[in-house]
Design a protein around this ligand. Structure first.
Ligand SMILES: *Cc1c(COP(=O)(O)O)cnc(C)c1O
Length: 432
């Protein structure tokens, strides 16, 4: 490594031992990183091609106000998303406030009283428990007479096909498939695996709608759920597809009828996609989408680097250092609270925004243990930016994700390692 670079790391509080250890790990990752770059190149071309095909123009970058009739930028962006996610149509709006909202909208608009929702991949993301009514909540699907059934994954992470077949009956209307593990320790599903599951379900009942929660998965592979038969692909713009620039938003890409149902629910029956001013966010939606493939690649390199580095130090990591990747989340298990705290404090210290604050474990609504969160982000709560969090409960694991650029992701992981070393949780000897 060049001396000027070493000096800069020293300025940022990285010791020679930590830096050298990181470099040693990185030497073994050249091929992995080259593969990630190739996927980013493919997806960059896919995004550019979609923008060209949909004739994105300078006029698309300015927004509308009021009702937002004839919003060229909004309507064109929705075509671009439909193109990229291999869908007939898409709803991409700042009025969709987050990922949970996008998923809730897709479910509530496509299910009717008496219908049943099925998750064949186990427990959904925490916030969806209230949407569905697994945990009682105002306005849940359950309150509207929509029932829910769940089939857990097999112990090895595979699909329990026989149980899925048995769970499908005449009321089953929609199947929800979560791609990312979220904050669980099951493996993340590849798009190909999701395709196999969709194929199996459609063979039993072709009219069952298959929705994929695509959060954290966009642009990690060369294909997306729409390429393998998903009727709806749903996600958040403050994760991968917003490229770090989108300040808010969510998307639903899928069958024309599904998207139409979602639009009538988001705005109003009779109005649908025709209204919804894009205000001033269009240029960040477009530019963020343009940057998303390389931003996702940066986050992915950070995840692979962290997996290999902490695995070498003897900590359990999910996914492991060599596994293929289907989302950008990395879990590292420290086995004690001090490890989780030191890791998160290191990530926070690497931020550009709020680097001087020290995160502490705190009681959070919806959790039965305290949680520590590191997030110094330009967009509040954005988890495509360098971030980490961990519940202070066994097995004392942190979930790490994001990094808008690879050098920032690298700095974050080195700072986390430095923080663990400074707390005496990793010995100097281990770094040799
Ligand atoms: C983040 C996430 C959500 C919810 O998105 P929010 O924007 O936090 O509401 C849902 N599902 C998965 C798998 C996620 O990672």
């Amino acid at each position: 490594m060049e001396n000027f670079l070493k000096e800069q790391y020293a300025e940022l509080g990285i010791s020679k031992a930590v830096l050298d250890f990181g470099d040693k790990i990185l030497l073994s990752l050249k091929e992995r990183f080259a593969h990630i770059d190739e996927i980013a190149e493919y997806n960059q071309l896919k995004v550019i091609h979609a923008m060209q095909k949909c004739r994105v123009s300078e006029a698309c970058l300015s927004g509308t106000t009021g009702y937002g009739y004839n919003d060229l930028g909004r309507d064109t962006l929705e075509q671009v998303y439909a193109e990229i996610f291999h869908a007939e149509d898409a709803l991409v709006r700042p009025q969709i406030t987050c990922g949970t909202h996008a998923l809730a909208l897709a479910l509530m608009s496509n299910l009717r009283p008496g219908d049943e929702l099925l998750s064949p991949v186990g427990k959904p993301y925490d916030t969806l428990e209230e949407v569905i009514g697994i945990r009682a909540s105002k306005g849940s699907l359950k309150e509207y007479g929509i029932s829910y059934r769940q089939v857990d994954l097999l112990p090895d992470g595979g699909f329990n096909y026989e149980a899925v077949r048995a769970a499908i009956h005449e009321k089953t209307k929609l199947v929800t498939i979560q791609r990312s593990k979220g904050y669980q320790t099951r493996p993340t599903l590849s798009v190909t695996q999701i395709g196999e599951l969709i194929h199996f379900i459609k063979e039993i009942r072709p009219d069952i709608l298959c929705m994929v929660d695509n959060c954290y998965g966009e642009f990690v592979e060369t294909i997306e759920p729409g390429d393998v038969g998903a009727d709806m692909t749903v996600g958040s713009l403050i994760k991968n597809p917003g490229g770090g620039l989108a300040p808010i938003g969510g998307y639903i890409a899928g069958k024309k009828e599904c998207v139409e149902n979602a639009a009538y629910r988001l705005t109003s029956p009779g109005l649908g996609k025709e209204v919804g001013a894009s205000l001033g966010v269009m240029s960040s939606f477009y530019q963020g989408l343009f940057l998303a493939p390389t931003v996702t690649a940066s986050a992915l390199k950070g995840a692979v680097f962290a997996a290999n580095l902490f695995e070498r130090l003897g900590f359990p990591v999910i996914p492991n250092g060599t596994e293929s990747r289907h989302d950008i989340i990395q879990a590292v298990t420290f086995g004690k609270p001090e490890g989780v705290i030191a890791f998160c404090q290191g990530i926070q210290a690497a931020a550009s925004v709020d680097s001087f604050v020290t995160p502490e474990p705190w009681d959070m609504p919806g959790y039965d243990s305290q949680v520590i969160m590191a997030a110094g982000a330009f967009v509040s709560g954005s988890s495509i930016e360098l971030s980490a969090d961990g519940p202070i409960a066994p097995p004392y694991a942190v979930y790490f994700q994001g990094g808008l650029t690879w050098p920032h992701a690298k700095l974050g992981i080195l700072k986390a390692l430095q923080s663990l070393a400074d707390s005496g949780l990793i010995s100097e000897n281990a770094l040799k």
